[in-house]
Ligand binder design. Structure first.
Ligand SMILES: Cc1cc2nc3c(=O)[nH]c(=O)nc-3n(C[C@H](O)[C@H](O)[C@H](O)COP(=O)(O)OP(=O)(O)OC[C@H]3O[C@@H](n4cnc5c(N)ncnc54)[C@H](O)[C@@H]3O)c2cc1C
Length: 463
């Protein structure tokens, strides 16, 4: 097992005492940093209070022998305009993620490439495609700005995605494929999320096709040196405003301002942008209490779950056999793999995801056993050369204190239609950011950026 090191990061320590600024931003993920950058650009003074000792939240890059490995958010999609603009402005380099060749499908004891799988199971393939198209068509009728206003919203919201896909598919195989695909997209199981939420999410990202595609889709580009550099880039010029390693415990808010308390540090400001995931926001004490609608949404969202691994090889050997490096299958312990090597394929890097219900069983194993199980499954898909990576790195997001979930949290049945915009509506001098509050590319880094910009504009308008 090779050595790996975290990305070189901004050195900061927490100030003890009270700081005063025009605005305070809670959380230095992409949403909080986008908000901070906008407030800073507007000429405001601000303090960013972050629980972790690094920037980037659900985006994290570590290094192995100088090669960057993303363990959280990594791909930038074709139409992720904010992320692409940011990459350009920061002078960072990207490359197209490898997608040439065949994908491995492991099913019923067989190892097939995706084309042969479709030929062998034509009914399931057609059924899956028809159901996906139906979902896409239904999503077209849902406004990403206000899903609760869609025709038949309460009926759509009263059902889970699982309930819908059980009825919409005719074969067990297509049902399983759609179920696994949905879990891979949401990092929650279809039984946990409302059908209306699934439609909102699909609509906010332009359809299932682009969400699942590499070239021309959400997995198009990787950032040379890792996606966490975008966080460092957004924080340029803000060094004096950053308070890292400062978990916010309490927020006191009133008509004229807010007070944010993070152990030894207190920040007083005219307004706040709160940019933390729903599951961790719920643990912050608000005084006065938040409106019941908002607390209820935070409490009842499904946080999702994700464990991501990276295995580094001398070269992307699977490319020699005409494989994409992607693999999935109902009987595998992992959810899916992806080739995230550099363009030349040296070193070769496979990213392995365990999401939704696949995360817990792997988390519960010892580190040695986890590695063994993951590598055995890679060997099963890609052959013996997968057995001995130069480095094996893991990141468990579901048990991370400051994430406690997967790529993003999702609305469970009944939340959208009952509570509408409660997740996003400002409360007095508090505005809310975070990829979960986005109306474009919710769940992605792009959504986080959009939400941060929106929340900053709302905060500026409040004072
Ligand atoms: C495994 C994985 C793979 C992913 N892959 C992709 C991908 O390829 N492409 C893509 O676009 N997106 C991807 N995503 C999703 C993407 O990473 C997120 O949508 C995005 O980073 C969320 O940003 P955010 O700012 O909304 O939240 P976060 O990144 O969670 O930021 C919130 C911040 O708040 C901090 N915080 C929490 N509680 C407190 C507190 N009490 N006090 C102070 N600070 C607090 C946290 O430490 C964190 O820094 C992936 C996510 C995961 C986990």
């Amino acid at each position: 097992m090779g050595s790996y090191a975290p990305t070189k990061r901004t050195e900061t320590s927490v100030t003890a005492g009270t700081r005063r600024a025009d605005f305070v931003v809670v959380g230095a993920g992409f949403a909080g940093l986008a908000a901070a950058a906008r407030l800073f650009a507007a000429g405001s003074s601000l303090v960013v209070v972050e629980a972790r000792t690094r920037l980037g939240g659900r985006v994290e890059t570590v290094h192995h022998e100088g090669y960057a490995l993303d363990l959280g958010g990594s791909w930038i999609g074709t139409d992720h305009v904010r992320a692409r603009t940011l990459v350009r402005e920061l002078g960072l380099d990207t490359w197209p993620c490898h997608s040439d060749g065949a994908t491995i499908v492991r099913d019923d004891g067989s190892r097939l490439d995706d084309r042969r799988y479709s030929i062998l199971h034509p009914l399931a393939t057609i059924d899956y495609r028809l159901a996906s198209r139906r979902l896409d068509r239904m999503a077209q009728r849902v406004s990403p700005m206000a899903p609760w206003t869609a025709d038949g919203a309460s009926e759509l919201d009263g059902r889970s995605l699982e309930d819908w896909l059980r009825r919409a598919t005719r074969t067990e195989r297509s049902r399983t494929t759609l179920r696994r695909t949905a879990a891979n997209i949401f990092s929650s199981e279809p039984s946990e999320i409302s059908l209306l939420h699934a439609l909102f999410y699909i609509r906010s990202s332009g359809g299932l096709g682009p969400m699942l595609a590499t070239t021309g889709g959400a997995q198009e580009l990787l950032v040379r040196g890792g996606a966490e550099q975008l966080a460092a880039g957004m924080a340029r010029g803000l060094e004096g405003s950053l308070e890292l390693g400062a978990p916010v415990r309490r927020i006191v808010h009133g008509t004229s301002g807010v007070r944010v308390e993070a152990d030894a540090l207190t920040v007083e400001a005219a307004a706040a942008v709160v940019a933390v995931p729903p599951g961790t926001a719920e643990r912050i004490e608000f005084e006065p209490e938040l409106p019941a609608d908002r607390s209820e949404v935070l409490r009842r969202m499904s946080p999702g779950d994700a464990v991501r691994m990276a295995d580094v090889y001398d070269k992307a050997f699977w490319r020699d056999e005409g494989l994409t490096g992607e693999a999935w299958g109902p009987k595998l312990p992992f959810s899916f793999t992806h080739d995230v090597s550099s363009p030349g394929g040296a070193p070769g890097v496979l990213a392995t995801f365990f999401v939704g219900e696949r995360a817990r069983p792997i988390r519960e194993l010892s580190p040695e056993r986890r590695r063994e199980v993951a590598l055995a499954a890679l060997v099963d898909c890609f052959g013996d050369r997968a057995a001995r990576p130069r480095a094996h790195v893991e990141r468990d997001w579901g048990s991370d204190e400051w994430t406690r979930g997967g790529y993003c949290s999702s609305m469970t049945p009944g939340l959208w239609s009952r509570y509408g915009s409660a997740l996003r509506d400002p409360v007095g001098r508090l505005t809310w950011a975070g990829t979960e509050t986005a109306t474009e590319h919710a769940g992605y880094m792009e959504g986080a950026l959009q939400s941060g910009e929106r929340a900053a504009s709302e905060a500026l308008a409040l004072v």
